[in-house]
Design a binder for this molecule. Structure first.
Ligand code: NDP
Ligand code: 2IT
Length: 450
């Protein structure tokens, strides 16, 4: 059995109850074999066995009091996955589906994504099964404070720097930052995605979506194409989706869909960004509200999705941008996209495509940008926020955006070149995994068995 298969077999036995984690590891390990074949040192130093295990997992109880005076209990986590190339860095997810396996998949991906940014940040992920939906402003605040009562002991600007993810945006980061400061009496860059009046970076809000589109432009450039005039399907209606849509519009493309957990909207005239922002960022309402405000939009509730498919991937488009959550694009969705003429898929969400869907994309020869490369602009700009905090300075929007753009160009180049180096030009999955892994693995070897 090959080294990668051998390690995978062991993991499948040990972590049967963590399907998302096994899926993320399988996707990475299967593409690493050519590197293992080239250099035996990774096997000699047992790098795969080591890199799949988090350096440390912190689990804690989060207790808080709701508006009715009732005590609520949630489970909190921080998975400090790998610090070989820098302090732990990664978001905090607040969603009822959060468990240790989900956060392990996210942390594992984060290690290689952060490596690809070309900056010195290790990988981590955290979160809680707290459901922000239907909670009042004061309940959100009390939860964030209670979460930080535990988390503050384990983080710091050179130790571990959390940020946002699903359910954690600027509001939640603000409350967590306030709690950290009160508990530690330290004013320091311990979180990213902060408000602009207390150390946040301009363009961090936009960064993941903008970076995704910059990456897509590079993929298309290599095929002598641009985004101009392209019809695009986008899923999600949160931070990543909104700023992906914004940048697509700026580039002359026509995003025609968005979705949330209850349904999707399709507007053949193009999504009205101002209305989408009003509904999602200001009113925090469902997309049914968007359909009320924009008569040309069709609203399709989840119950009416075609059997086994996600509605947005059934709309004929030139390019698709999954920006909601993991496993939101399956094999049938992938086939449907391609049959309808889609020639480009770039992932804003983490692990949105199933392994079978990825296979369909790779075999079809379309431009396919995997998450850990395509959505790395968010964490890369978080690192720029850390840099500004450390230098006690702040840069203009244009400066940060220009650095983000250059980082995405560099990521594309290194991923595409690595695919060529290993004899599989255009396979950006292999390129991203090998390029991300190699730097971390070599740093681990250099630092010894610790
Ligand atoms: P948000 O919470 O801002 O938005 C998430 C969106 O996805 C919402 O529209 C939400 O719908 C929808 N969604 C979430 N879970 C599900 C689900 N289980 N089924 C259907 N729809 C769902 O999160 P972000 O935009 O920040 O994150 C989106 C994705 O991008 C995630 O995979 C995240 O890990 C990834 N990502 C985020 C980065 C960041 O900087 N924020 C950076 C890189 C990747 P509803 O409103 O109904 O809940
Ligand atoms: O998945 C991700 O890259 C994020 N949620 C952003 C992490 C960060 O530290 O900015």
């Amino acid at each position: 059995m090959s080294y990668t298969q051998d390690v995978l077999a062991g993991l499948r036995q040990r972590y049967q109850s963590e399907p998302e984690f096994l899926q993320a590891v399988e996707e990475v390990l299967l593409t690493l074999q050519p590197l293992m074949d080239k250099d035996d040192k990774y096997r000699k130093y047992k790098i795969l066995e080591r890199v799949v295990e988090p350096e440390r997992t912190v689990k804690f109880r989060v207790e808080w009091v709701d508006d009715k005076g009732e005590i609520q209990v949630n489970r909190g986590y921080r998975i400090q996955y790998n610090s070989a190339i820098g302090p732990y860095k990664g978001g905090i997810r607040l969603h009822p589906s959060v468990n240790e396996g989900v956060l392990k998949f996210l942390g594992f991906e984060q290690v290689f994504k952060n490596s690809l940014t070309g900056t010195a940040i290790g990988g981590a992920k955290g979160g809680s099964d707290f459901d922000p939906k239907g909670k009042s402003e004061t309940e959100i605040m009390r939860f964030c404070q209670a979460f930080m009562v535990q988390l503050h002991r384990y983080i710091g600007p050179t130790i571990d720097v959390p940020a946002g993810d699903i359910g954690t945006g600027g509001r939640e980061i603000g409350y967590m930052y306030g709690a950290y400061k009160r508990l530690t009496t330290r004013y320091e860059g311990v979180l990213t995605g902060k408000g602009l009046t207390f150390g946040g970076s301009l363009a961090r809000t936009e960064a993941t979506g903008y970076g995704l589109v910059y990456f897509t432009e590079e993929m298309l450039k290599d095929r002598n194409e641009t985004l101009e005039g392209k019809r695009c399907a986008v899923s999600g209606a949160g931070n990543v989706a909104i700023y992906c849509i914004e940048k697509l519009i700026q580039k002359g493309a026509l995003p025609v869909t968005a979705s949330d957990s209850r349904g999707s909207i399709y507007d053949p005239n193009g999504i009205d960004l101002a209305v989408l922002k009003q509904v999602k960022e200001v009113e925090r309402a469902s997309l049914t509200r968007y359909a009320e405000l924009v008569p040309s939009a069709q609203y399709v509730p989840v119950e009416d999705y075609p059997e086994g498919k996600h509605f947005v991937w059934t709309v004929p488009v030139d390019a698709a941008f999954p920006c909601a959550t993991q496993n939101e694009l399956n094999e049938a969705d992938a086939r449907c996209l391609i049959e309808n003429g889609c020639r480009c898929v770039a992932e804003g969400a983490n692990m949105p495509s199933s392994i079978a869907a990825i296979d369909v994309f790779l075999k079809s020869g379309i431009a396919y940008g995997p998450a850990k490369a395509a959505n790395a602009g968010g964490v890369a700009t978080s690192q720029l926020e850390m840099e500004q905090n450390a230098g006690m300075t702040s840069w203009t929007f244009e400066e940060v955006d220009a650095k983000l753009h250059q980082i995405m160009v560099n990521i594309y180049r290194s991923v595409a070149d690595t695919a060529v180096e290993f004899g599989q030009p255009g396979n950006l999955v292999l390129g991203a995994n090998i390029a991300g892994f190699r730097k971390v693995a070599d740093a681990m070897i250099a630092q010894g068995v610790i």
